[in-house]
Design a binder for this molecule. Structure first.
Ligand code: PEP
Ligand code: MG
Length: 584
C-alpha cells in the first residue's frame, strides 16, 4: 500500500481500478498490408502526426515562461519534438519503409526510429546520444495515437475506472465517459484549474497535484481517491479498504441529508436572503443545479461551448445552447459570461499566438475585442436568447474603464444591428462584470456606476493579487483566500458596489468553501455561485447563523495580520458550530 498526497479538488471517495491515461504501449503489432490499403496507412500516419503536433503545442502554450533553465529546456524539448514531427525527411523514411515492406505503419515507424536511435546511441557525443530519448518520446506519442491507446480512448470505456494521468486537459474531462469514470487523479493541476472545476461539476472525486503518481500507479491497480483529504492510496490493505468503504457510505449519507435543503431558501436566522447560484460549464448541468436547489445560474462559462467542437460555434449554435439553459432555469436568473478564452483555458489545436506569459496575455475580452467577428456572434446570440428567459450578461477579465467602455460599445453595436434586422431582444438586459483583475477591484467604485452587478472571480483575483499561478501545485500553499490583502480587497469591492446600489456576487471557488461562507456573508456578499454539489452545505451554514454574528466574525478577521491567524480563528469558529464540515 502506498499513500500519495496531492491537492483535494473535488470531494468524495472513489474506489476503483486505475486506468493510466497516457500509458505507453510496449508491443507494436506487425501485419501485412495489401497495396491498395497503403494510402490508408499513410493517412493514419499523417493524422497521428497532426494530433501529436497539436498536443505538443498545447504543452508548449502551458510551459512555464521565463529564462530559468528548466523552463528553457522544456520549451526547447517541445520545439525539437514538433520540428521532428514536421520534418519531411522523417515522414519520407517511414513512408518508404511502409511502401517497401508493405506492413502496417506502426511497424514501419518502429523500424525507422530503431535505426535512428541505434545510430545516435553509437555517437561519442553525450548530447547526441541523449537525443535518442527525445526521438523515442516522439515515437511513443505517435504510437499512442496510432494504437488509439491515448486520449480518445476515454470517450468509450468498457468498465468503471479511476483515470490516472500526468496532465489532464479540460477537454479530456468533457470528452470522457462520465458514467464509468469514478475518480480522477493527476500529477499536475491545482484547486482552481479547469479540470478541478469540471470534476466538481460532474461530481467526480478528484485529487490533482500528485506530482509523481504516474510513477507508481499502473493500469489495473486498485486505487482509493480520497477527494476530501486530497490523497490517493495505491493497493490499499484490507483494513484501509474497509475504512474507506465505510467513509464513502458516510459521505453519501451526508449528501442525502443535505438534499432536502434544496426546497428551502438561503436565509440567515435574522432574515438576510442570499442568492445561492450554480456555476455551470455545459447546458446539461442545469439539471444538477435544480436538483441541488440553485436560485439561478451565477456563472455559465461559455468557453466550454467553444472547447467541444474544436472550432468557434456559430451564432445559431450558441443561441440554441443559451436558450436551453434559460428555458431549463426559467424564471430563475441565468448569468452567461462572454468568452473567456486564453490563459489556462486553451483549446487543443487552436492557436492563440505562443505567448510567453499567456495568463497575462491575449485572453478573455482582450481576445474578443480584437476578434470582433467572434465577439459579435456571441453577443448577438446572447441578446437574441434574452427573450427566452431571465438572462444576465457578464464580461470577464475587465481591467478598467476603457476596456469596459469598449465592450459596452460592441454590445451597443450588436443591439443596433438586431434592431435594424427586427430581431427582438431584452432592451433592459442586466450587464455585469467579473471583478478578477486587481486594477478593476481597486477602481470598483468607478466601474460600479456603469454596470448592474459585480461578480468576484477569486480564482483569478487571488492569482493576480498574490502573484501565484492558480495551476501550479508547487506554490499552491501561497494561494490563500484568507490572506489579509484578499479580504481587505473583497471588503472594498463589496462596499463600493453597495455604495452605488448594485449587488455583488462571487463565482470563484472561494464561494464554495464552507469555511469562508460566514466571513463572506459578514463582508456583505449578496450572491454566492458555485458547483451545484456545494450548494446544500453552504445553504446549511447560511441558515444556521445570523448576519450580525457573521459581521462580527468578518470584522474581527479584518483586524488580523496574517492568513494563518485568520485561518485558525475561522476554523475554530466554524468547528465550534458545525460538526461535519465538508470542504470542497
Ligand atoms: C474566477 O476567476 O474566479 C472565475 C470564476 O473565472 P474562471 O475560474 O473561469 O477563470
Ligand atoms: Mg477568471
Amino acid at each position: 500500500m502506498k499513500v500519495v498526497k496531492g491537492i483535494m479538488v473535488s470531494p468524495g471517495i472513489a474506489i476503483g481500478r486505475a486506468l493510466l491515461f497516457s500509458e505507453r504501449r510496449r508491443t507494436v503489432p506487425a501485419y501485412d498490408v495489401a497495396p491498395d490499403l497503403l494510402p490508408a496507412e499513410l493517412a493514419r500516419f499523417a493524422a497521428a502526426r497532426e494530433q501529436a503536433v497539436r498536443e505538443l503545442e498545447v504543452l508548449q502554450a502551458r510551459s512555464p515562461a521565463g529564462e530559468r533553465q528548466a523552463a528553457v529546456s522544456q520549451r526547447r524539448l517541445l520545439e525539437s519534438q514538433i520540428l521532428m514531427l514536421r520534418d519531411p525527411d522523417f515522414a519520407e523514411r517511414v513512408e518508404r519503409e511502409l511502401a517497401g515492406e508493405r506492413k502496417n505503419v506502426e511497424w514501419a515507424l518502429e523500424r525507422v526510429v530503431a535505426a535512428i536511435t541505434e545510430k545516435l546511441a553509437g555517437s561519442g557525443d553525450e548530447y547526441v546520444r541523449e537525443r535518442s530519448a527525445d526521438i523515442r518520446d516522439v515515437a511513443e506519442r505517435l504510437l499512442g495515437h496510432l494504437l488509439a491507446s491515448q486520449r480518445p480512448a476515454l470517450a468509450e470505456l468498457a468498465e468503471e475506472c479511476v483515470v490516472v494521468a500526468h496532465t489532464l486537459l479540460p477537454s479530456d474531462v468533457i470528452a470522457m465517459d462520465k458514467r464509468r469514470v469514478v475518480g480522477l487523479a493527476a500529477d499536475s493541476g491545482g484547486r482552481t484549474s479547469h479540470v478541478a472545476i469540471l470534476a466538481r461539476s460532474f461530481a467526480i472525486p478528484a485529487v490533482l497535484g500528485l506530482s509523481q503518481l504516474t510513477e507508481h500507479a499502473r493500469t489495473g491497480d486498485l486505487l482509493i481517491v480520497d477527494g476530501t483529504r486530497g490523497q490517493v492510496i495505491i493497493a490499499p490493505d484490507e483494513a484501509t479498504l474497509q475504512q474507506y468503504r465505510a467513509g464513502r457510505e458516510a459521505w453519501q449519507k451526508h449528501e442525502l441529508e443535505l438534499l432536502p435543503l434544496s426546497e428551502l431558501r438561503a436565509e440567515t436566522r435574522d432574515g438576510k436572503l442570499i442568492a445561492l447560484n450554480s456555476n455551470i460549464e455545459v447546458p446539461e448541468e442545469t439539471e444538477s443545479a435544480l436538483a441541488h436547489g440553485a436560485d439561478g445560474v451565477g456563472l455559465f462559462r461559455s468557453e466550454f461551448l467553444y472547447i467541444l467542437p474544436n472550432r468557434f460555434p456559430t451564432e445559431e449554435e450558441q443561441l440554441a445552447a443559451y436558450r436551453r439553459v434559460l428555458a431549463a432555469m426559467n424564471p430563475r436568473p441565468v448569468t452567461i459570461r462572454t468568452l473567456d478564452l486564453g490563459g489556462e483555458k486553451i483549446i487543443p489545436g487552436m492557436k492563440l499566438g505562443g505567448e510567453s506569459n499567456p495568463i497575462l496575455g491575449w485572453r478573455a475580452v482582450r481576445f474578443c475585442l480584437s476578434r470582433q467577428d467572434v465577439f459579435m456572434a456571441q453577443l448577438r446570440a446572447l441578446l437574441r436568447a434574452s427573450v427566452h428567459g431571465n438572462l444576465r450578461l457578464m464580461f470577464p477579465m475587465i481591467s478598467g474603464v476603457e476596456e469596459l467602455d469598449a465592450v459596452l460599445e460592441v454590445l451597443a453595436e450588436a443591439k443596433r444591428e438586431l434592431r435594424q434586422q427586427g430581431e427582438p431582444f431584452n432592451e433592459e438586459i442586466p450587464v455585469g462584470i467579473m471583478i478578477e483583475v486587481p486594477s478593476a477591484a481597486f477602481t470598483s467604485d468607478i466601474l460600479a456606476r456603469r454596470v448592474s452587478f459585480f461578480s468576484i472571480g477569486t480564482n483569478d483575483l487571488i492569482q493576480y493579487l498574490i502573484a501565484v499561478d492558480r495551476e501550479n501545485e508547487r506554490i499552491a500553499y501561497l494561494y490563500e483566500p484568507f490572506h489579509p490583502g484578499v479580504l481587505r480587497l473583497l471588503k472594498a469591492v463589496i462596499d463600493n458596489a453597495h455604495g452605488c446600489g448594485i449587488p455583488v456576487g462571487m463565482c470563484g471557488e472561494m464561494a464554495a468553501d464552507p469555511y469562508a461562507a460566514v466571513v463572506l456573508l459578514g463582508l456583505g456578499l449578496d450572491e454566492f455561485s458555485m458547483s451545484s454539489i456545494a450548494i446544500p452545505e453552504i445553504k446549511r451554514i447560511i441558515r444556521s447563523v445570523t448576519l450580525a454574528e457573521a459581521e462580527e466574525l468578518a470584522g474581527s478577521v479584518l483586524e488580523m495580520k496574517s492568513y494563518r491567524d485568520i485561518d485558525r480563528r475561522v476554523r475554530r469558529w466554524m468547528e465550534e458550530r458545525f460538526a461535519f464540515i465538508t470542504s470542497i
